[in-house]
Every structure is written in structure tokens, then in C-alpha cells.
Ligand binder design. Sequence first.
Ligand code: PAF
Length: 284
Amino acid sequence: MTERALATGVVRTRAELREALASAARPLGLVPTMGWLHEGHRALMRRARTDNATTIVTIFVNPRQFNDPADYTRYPRNEARDLEICGEEGVDIVFAPPVEEVYPEGFQTTVSLGPIADPLEGAARPGHFAGVATVVAILFDLVGAERAYFGQKDGQQVMVIRRMALDLAIPTEVIACPTVREPDGLALSSRNVHLTPGQRAAAPVLHRALLAGRARWTSGERSAETIREAMWATLNEEPLAAPEYVSVADAETLRELDVVEGPALLSMAVRFGDTRLIDNEPVP
Ligand code: PAF
């Protein structure tokens, strides 16, 4: 399928977006992305189409959420392929703006977040969530969707965005969709394309480690440290994996736990060479 298969087509400016939205049937479902679309994004689009009369996908590699400029430069991009995928999935509108359309000259505002953005990815990537929250606030405002869809793989991101929308009284409902995985358990991510064949073969260790932690919890273990140790032990079996953090945190606050008494989020970040992967698993 081609770009022409999109019901309304690609819009690049705020004015074009406004025009496309003026005649769009409601409710409107938004899928914000940075492109290099994969099965995980397709699942978000399908869910958005099921729930809404109009589906809009945004494709924008947001420079403000990359704490490492090299990471921004090497982020994979293929807009032609992305538009084909949007066409195949029956997306109605694609908003693919240039940087200056999102951040016009003189732009100087950043969303300042609370403690939910401090640990885990927030600690590992200073400024990342402020960049995410700022662009998502802009997109929520420009699109005015009833619902927006995000992957649970970026679990902390979903929590940060939900908090931001609530606190800023943005009436877009934030919906988290299950992580889509390869058959060997690797969570789909645009970054997987950077893995060498050896690293790709090693990368499912994240999911195995999360399952090892979850299995401890299922068998009755409630010491967070013992569950963390089980995850570390699995990661340490894989020589190509360089873990950054392993976490057993409260599912509401993301504070590290001593004892798992209520809902918790097991999560981790692991480097394979220059490629950094994250994954998580909720318990129960
Ligand atoms: O998850 C992503 O792809 C990005 O962080 C998002 C939400 C599109 C904001 O740039």
C-alpha cells in the first residue's frame, strides 16, 4: 500500500493538521510515535481504530528527549515505510511535522515533572522525561484526541504522561497497551535494529530475567532483594549483556521496595554494546 492509502493523508504543519481535524469524525484516537514503526505500533493503531472513529498517528523524532545527541542522530528513520504501515493499518491522518513546526523559533518552555520521573529511566537519562512530557503535551494540545495509546514496554513513560495529563487538566485519556514481543520474548523496539546478530541472539535475556523474577514472586517470595537477585543472576549468565539497573518498585510510585506487598513493577535496562534496551513486567 502507498501513502495514498491514508484516508486523509500526511499533514506537516499545524495549519494542515487543524484543517484535517476539523472534518474528522469523533472520537479521535492518537498514537504518538517516533517512527520506524513495528508490530508494537501496529497493535496501538489497531486498538485506536477499534476504540475510535478516527485514528491519527504522529511521526516525530523528538530531539528534546535524547540526552545523548549521538543517540538522536542514529535513531532509525524511514518515513516512506512508516507511511505504508499507517496505510496498511487504516490510519486516517498522519502528522509528520518538521522540528520547527513543533518547536517554533523562540520556543523555551519545558514541562517540569514530579518524583514519578526521578528514578529508573529518569535517573539514567537526565532530561529525557521532561523532553517526552513537553512534546506529548504539545501533541495532546494540537490534536485534542479523546484517547492516546502508548506501549507498556515504556512503563515509566506511560506513568509520567498519565500524571502530566492529569495535573495539566488535559482531557486526553492515556491508554497503555500490552508489550508486543518476538517469539523468543524480546520486546519490540525501534532500537532492536541496531543489535548485531550476536547481540540479537542474547537480547531475550531481559525477558528471561523478568520471568525469573516473576517466578520467584509467584512461588511466594516477597523479599524484593531476593527477586532482584534472581533477575541479576539470569542477566549475568549472558556475557554480552551489560545491565544498568534492575528494579523491583512500587507500581504506583516507582519507589524501590523492600517487601512486595502490593502491585509492583519489575524492570531493567541493559546495554548490548551501544544499544540500550529496557523491559518490564508487572506483578501480580
Ligand atoms: O515512545 C515514544 O516513541 C516517544 O517517547 C513518544 C511518546 C512518541 C514521545 O516522543
